[in-house]
Design a protein around this ligand. Structure first.
Ligand SMILES: Cc1cc2nc3c(=O)[nH]c(=O)nc-3n(C[C@H](O)[C@H](O)[C@H](O)COP(=O)(O)OP(=O)(O)OC[C@H]3O[C@@H](n4cnc5c(N)ncnc54)[C@H](O)[C@@H]3O)c2cc1C
Length: 713
């Protein structure tokens, strides 16, 4: 018979057995009540026909597990009640392993070839992992009863793990769980009355059943930790409780918290204290945006009642102001300040020599825990000819002193948008090139459109759906060639800013040698406690994501530091429920929680409430009467799912919604809060008012109207 025919036949037999099982409702025999009701009959039969009962029980157990039918857990409890702990353990241990191996072989025979053929390339990494560590994975899965028994059999059958290994590892891995279940079963067997439920033995057995998964998880964690550390010799004692690599937003906060908690902490920085945010990110960009904003006011002099206004300025002085601002903020992140706080600061490049050792400046530091906070760097896209020109990134743009005539900004994300508008306002002709169909593609289309309209109205050339392909240079100058549909577009420029995203710094300082896991996005992989696959190595900030903001880096650092120092007593799972952010364009775009795009992607039902800021008295008085507050709520509820605000000072006024979401306050509460008149923050209250109007109790109001009419008679 051909293999395909055998497969079809086998599938038909399995389908028949499963169908019969459900048609005849055989599951009713595999319930605790049914087994308890027949317990005395079973015991009597077992007394007379010991071998036959054992054989029948084992055959039934093997059939149920091999066919992946429900009921194995109840049969195990029944095994304990009927055969006692030790005989039961031997029987169930073998029956469950044989049944599991048959299910594994069936799945392998029926599906493995087809699945491997279809998804072979995607499964390659899993296959390699199974070949390397399959026994350990299986052991973990078996030990922790969180994973359904039948699913492990079927899924493992699809992998390259060897059958003998599957059998033995399963038998050993399932043994503790089997014993705990059988033990509970023995107590069940002794249960004669309702009062017996409260006997200490029963309570203890079921408590064991409850805490077994916890113990199993701890054991697995311990085994995993041991496995990963075997290659390294743990120092007898440590110089530090915590070493933090990188003194950017994440590293500084982690070191601060550790020092405040009286830990001995060292902070290693290879470049400048303050990292990206202070030196090349938030601070310089906001300083530049501020100067550019002043110019934009001058351009809008008539809006404010002036006939004309002219600002005399030198580009290099504006760029120098940016550096002066950095200098002014610098003391907040300085070595002096942190040394004063009790942090040992070292200037130098850290290299991980082992999970407890860091080499820096030729010296080896030992530490119980490490926080990797090495941040990220600009992504440089593979564009032909790019390497041959001097382009700028957000790291280097701050060095320019001569104003370019025409600058191409590659990228339509927050950094590209903020810098495009700022430099455009400072007199640089900007062409912003974006691959997507909108700028700020993470935001709702209407929001992106508002920003794009504003950019275009200020003279920025926004080119969406343009893919940069190559750079050409000739005697006349340089040009960026883009593909737009089937057209080629050539954009002459004398300066180029590359702002297409940032990638995590995970290479070149020992992480690869240690085998610290990196995600598909290229960031450090962590669990919910910000631990890497080395339980004493944590991370925080841009190096792990998923958000790339200073405030999220600081937020993560609290968890990383506290878990690194006190995790043996209590670990805290990092909370990403309410994360706000803003893009500091004019108008600002601030967001917290979901927008429509994300709600649709995640199939979350929502209603939208909008309040147009063009209606707000203060915005009108300020000649900033544009933008919108857009709130998402579940249908019929005032609970806030997310808010996007576009407008002047959106990043400040959204704070009220951040607080409301964090503490579960709904729109009714915002509506019931007094807001100072006239402020931009009133927009929040008016948005809540719009929601209230749309949810007014119409029927009740109808009755109230009747009441008033009646009162006027
Ligand atoms: C132009 C721009 C504007 C931005 N604006 C904002 C904003 O307005 N608001 C906001 O929230 N976020 C903003 N961001 C993002 C913000 O700057 C980052 O999210 C934040 O700085 C991340 O902090 P971090 O500590 O993770 O990394 P970083 O600040 O990059 O710090 C990492 C540090 O580690 C050091 N390091 C790396 N490897 C080693 C090693 N082996 N040994 C020793 N030291 C090492 C680096 O030198 C660096 O100083 C902006 C970013 C840019 C580029």
């Amino acid at each position: 018979m051909k293999k395909t025919h055998t497969k079809i036949l086998l599938l038909a037999v399995i389908a028949l057995v499963v169908a019969l099982f459900f048609i005849f409702d055989l599951q009713r025999f595999l319930t605790l009540e049914s087994i308890k009701a027949r317990q005395h009959d079973f015991e009597a039969f077992y007394g007379k026909h010991k071998s036959a009962t054992i054989a029948a029980y084992m055959a039934a157990y093997i059939l149920v597990t091999a066919m992946s039918l429900p009921g194995a857990a109840v049969m195990t409890l029944a095994g304990g009640a009927l055969f006692g702990l030790w005989v039961g353990t031997v029987m169930v241990s073998f029956a469950s392993t044989i049944g599991a191996t048959l299910a594994f072989l069936l799945s392998r025979f029926l599906f493995r070839d087809a699945i491997q053929q279809k998804f072979g390339d995607k499964l390659a990494a899993i296959n390699r992992g199974i070949e390397r560590d399959g026994n350990f994975y299986l052991f973990t899965l078996r030990l922790v009863p969180a994973f359904p028994f039948f699913m492990i059999n079927v899924v493992m059958g699809l992998t390259p793990i060897k059958t003998a290994a599957f059998f033995f590892v399963s038998q050993i891995g399932m043994l503790p769980g089997t014993i705990v279940y059988l033990n509970a079963g023995t107590q069940l067997g002794k249960l004669e009355s309702a009062a017996g439920i409260l006997s200490p033995a029963i309570i203890l057995s079921f408590a064991l059943l409850g805490i077994f998964p916890l113990i199993a998880r701890k054991t697995v964690d311990y085994l995993k930790a041991r496995k990963i550390y075997t290659r390294y010799k743990r120092p007898r004692q440590f110089d530090y409780n915590l070493a933090v690599i990188g003194a950017g937003s994440a590293g500084l906060v982690a070191a601060y918290i550790a020092a405040a908690a009286k830990a001995r902490v060292v902070l290693v920085e290879k470049e400048k204290m303050g990292g990206d945010c202070l030196n090349t990110g938030c601070v310089p960009s906001k300083a530049l945006i501020r100067s550019a904003k002043v110019l934009s006011y001058a351009d809008r002099a008539r809006d404010f009642g002036f006939r004309e206004s002219r600002v005399d300025y030198a580009f290099d002085q504006v760029m120098q102001r940016v550096q002066n601002i950095i200098k002014k903020v610098e003391p907040h992140d300085s070595v002096d300040r942190y040394t004063g706080l009790g942090v040992d600061c070292i200037q130098g490049e850290a290299h991980l020599a082992s999970p407890w050792e860091i080499k820096v400046n030729g010296r080896t530091i030992t530490t119980r825990s490490i926080i990797i906070a090495t941040g990220g760097r600009p992504i440089i896209p593979p564009i032909e000819g790019l390497a041959e020109i001097d382009y700028y990134t957000s790291d280097t743009i701050w060095n320019i002193r001569r104003r370019p005539q025409n600058m191409v900004v590659l990228g339509g994300g927050p950094i590209g948008c903020e810098l495009s508008q700022a430099f455009n306002r400072l007199g640089v002709a900007i062409t912003q090139v974006q691959l997507n169909d909108y700028l700020m593609p993470r935001e709702d289309t209407e929001i992106s459109q508002l920003v794009m309209d504003k950019f275009r109205s200020e003279g920025i050339t926004v080119l969406t759906e343009h893919k940069a392909t190559r750079i050409t240079q000739n005697g006349v100058g340089r040009a960026l060639v883009c593909q737009n549909g089937d057209k080629e577009v050539s954009i002459p420029f004398d300066a180029m800013l590359v702002a297409v995203g940032r990638s995590a710094n995970v290479k070149g300082f020992g992480l690869e040698e240690l085998g610290v896991q990196v995600s598909d996005q290229g960031t450090l992989e962590t669990d919910g406690f910000l631990r890497t696959n080395y339980p004493n190595i944590f991370c925080s900030g841009d190096v792990t994501g998923p958000y790339q903001f200073t405030h999220t880096a600081a937020h993560q650092s609290w968890y990383a530091a506290v878990n690194a120092l006190f995790g043996r007593f209590k670990k805290f799972r990092v909370d990403y429920r309410v994360i706000p952010w803003s893009t500091f364009t004019d108008p600002e775009v601030a967001r917290v929680g979901l927008n429509e795009k994300e709600a649709l992607e995640r199939s979350i039902a929502y209603e939208v409430t909008r309040y147009g800021i063009d209606d707000l008295d203060r915005a009108i008085a300020d000649s900033e009467d544009h933008g919108v507050v857009k709130v998402l709520t579940p249908p019929g509820s005032d609970k806030i799912l997310g808010v996007t605000i576009v407008g002047a000072h959106a990043s400040d006024i959204i704070a009220e919604y951040v607080l409301a979401m964090k503490h579960g306050l709904g729109l009714n509460k915002i509506l019931g809060t007094i807001h100072i008149y006239p402020t931009l923050a009133e927009a929040n209250k008016f948005a809540a008012g719009e929601w209230k109007k749309a949810h007014a109790p119409e029927r009740l109001l109808g009755w109230v109207e009747k009441y008033h009419r009646w009162m006027r008679r």
